[in-house]
Design a protein around this ligand. Structure first.
Ligand code: AVJ
Length: 345
C-alpha cells in the first residue's frame, strides 16, 4: 500500500525522511514548500517577463497536464531520446549495478520512472532488497511511479519525494552509499551557470565513493534535433502551449492560446534547442496574484525552454573539475545519446 505523508518543515525533512525510510513501507513525502508552488509560479513568471529576451522557467511546464504531455512526447517517433537512453540502460543495467555494489538509488526528476525499472531490477537481482527514492515536482507522475515500481519488482521499496532537486540535495548525505540518477538529458535544461551551481550542490552533497548516473543528449545532425522538438502529431507544441494554459488556470493570465505558437529551433552556435512561445497577435498577460500585467507585442517570442546538446570530451572535463570522474561511458551505435557512470572522488 502507498502511504502519504507531509513533511513537517523543510528543516525537519531529514528526520522525517529517516523515519519514513526505516518504516519499511512504500511512502510518498510532500515537501511543505509545495504549497507555495502557485506563488513561486507567479513570482517566476513576473521576473521572466521583466527580463530581455523574455523567458519562463521550464520547471513550470510540469504540472499534471504537462507531465501527461511529456509522457506522450517520449512515445513520439521523432523523439529518439527516451528510447535510445532506455536501450542503453537495458544493455548496461547489470554492469552498472555490479560496479556500484549495493546502493540506495535516488532519482532527480524521476517522472514516471519508466527507464529506471531495468536498473532497479538489476540491482535487486544482484544485491537483494533495494531502496528507491524518486524525486519530482509532478505529483501525478510520482504517484504513478510509487505504485508501479513495487508492483513490478517486489524487492524494491519506494520513498517518493514530492519536491525540487534542491530539496533532494539535503538527502544526499544520509543515503550514502548512493547512486543518484539524472536521466533524459534533463541537465540540458540548465544553462551554463545553472549547471555549474547544480554540479557544485551535487558534488558538495555526495560522499566520496558515491555514484551519479547522468543521461545526456549528444550533438548531432540538426535535422534530427529539430524534428525531435517539432513532432508531426503536435504533442510538443501542446506541451509548450500548456505552460501558457497553466498561466490562465493558476494566474488568471487571460491569454488567447490559439494566438501563441510553438517554435523550437536548433541554435548551432550554442549547441542547444531553444523553445519559444511566439505571439501571433499582441496580448496582455496578467499575473493575477501579483496584480501585474505585461504587454506582449505581435511576433514577440518568449523563451520557454533550452535543451542543450553535449560533446563528451568537454563534458567529462567539466565534471572532473567538479570532482566527478567518469568510470563508464556508454553510448548507442549512432552515438546519439550518452549514459555516464560518475564517481565522486
Ligand atoms: C526531458 C526535459 C530534457 O529537453 O528534451 C522534450 C523536455 N521538451 N520536448 C528535453 C522536452 C520538449 C526534455 N527534457
Amino acid at each position: 500500500m502507498l502511504m502519504k505523508t507531509q513533511c513537517t518543515t523543510n528543516e525537519g525533512m531529514l528526520g522525517d525522511f529517516l523515519l519514513a525510510a526505516n518504516s519499511g513501507r512504500h511512502l510518498m513525502m510532500r515537501m511543505p514548500d509545495r504549497d507555495a508552488e502557485t506563488d513561486e509560479f507567479a513570482e517566476s513568471v513576473a521576473a521572466g517577463l521583466a527580463a530581455r529576451p523574455r523567458r519562463l522557467d521550464c520547471r513550470f511546464l510540469y504540472d499534471s497536464e504537462g507531465g501527461r504531455l511529456f509522457e506522450s512526447i517520449c512515445r513520439q517517433p521523432e523523439y529518439y531520446l527516451t528510447r535510445t537512453e532506455s536501450a542503453i540502460m537495458a544493455a548496461r543495467a547489470e554492469e552498472i549495478c555490479r560496479y556500484t555494489g549495493p546502493v540506495t538509488i535516488l532519482e532527480l526528476g524521476s517522472g514516471s520512472s519508466g527507464k529506471t525499472g531495468q536498473l532497479l531490477a538489476a540491482h535487486a537481482e544482484l544485491h537483494g532488497p533495494t531502496h528507491y527514492v524518486p524525486v519530482d515536482v509532478c505529483e501525478n507522475s510520482l504517484r504513478q511511479a510509487c505504485r508501479a515500481i513495487p508492483a513490478r519488482c517486489s524487492e524494491v521499496r519506494v520513498t517518493g519525494l514530492h519536491g525540487t532537486y534542491e530539496d533532494a540535495f539535503a538527502l544526499f548525505g544520509m543515503t550514502s552509499p548512493a547512486l543518484t540518477l539524472f536521466l533524459g538529458s534533463t541537465i540540458g535544461n540548465l544553462d551554463e551557470d545553472q549547471a555549474d551551481s547544480f554540479w557544485r550542490s551535487v558534488a558538495g552533497g555526495m560522499a566520496t565513493g558515491d555514484f551519479f548516473l547522468l543521461g545526456v543528449d549528444l550533438v548531432k545532425d540538426e535535422q534530427i534535433l529539430n524534428a525531435a522538438y517539432n513532432d508531426a502529431a503536435g504533442v510538443t507544441a501542446a506541451f509548450t502551449r500548456n505552460l501558457f494554459a497553466r498561466m490562465n488556470r493558476e494566474l488568471d493570465a487571460g491569454l488567447e492560446l490559439d494566438k501563441i505558437e510553438h517554435v523550437a529551433r536548433y541554435n548551432p552556435r550554442r549547441e542547444r534547442i531553444e523553445t519559444w512561445g511566439r505571439f501571433t497577435a499582441p496580448q496582455s498577460l496578467k499575473v493575477g496574484p501579483l496584480g501585474q500585467s505585461f504587454s506582449i507585442a505581435r511576433n514577440e517570442e518568449i523563451l520557454v525552454e533550452i535543451s542543450r546538446k553535449f560533446r563528451l570530451p568537454p563534458l567529462l572535463e567539466h565534471l572532473r573539475d567538479h570532482g566527478l570522474i567518469a568510470r563508464k561511458t556508454f553510448t548507442d551505435q549512432q552515438q546519439w545519446f550518452g549514459l555516464l557512470l560518475l564517481e565522486r572522488i
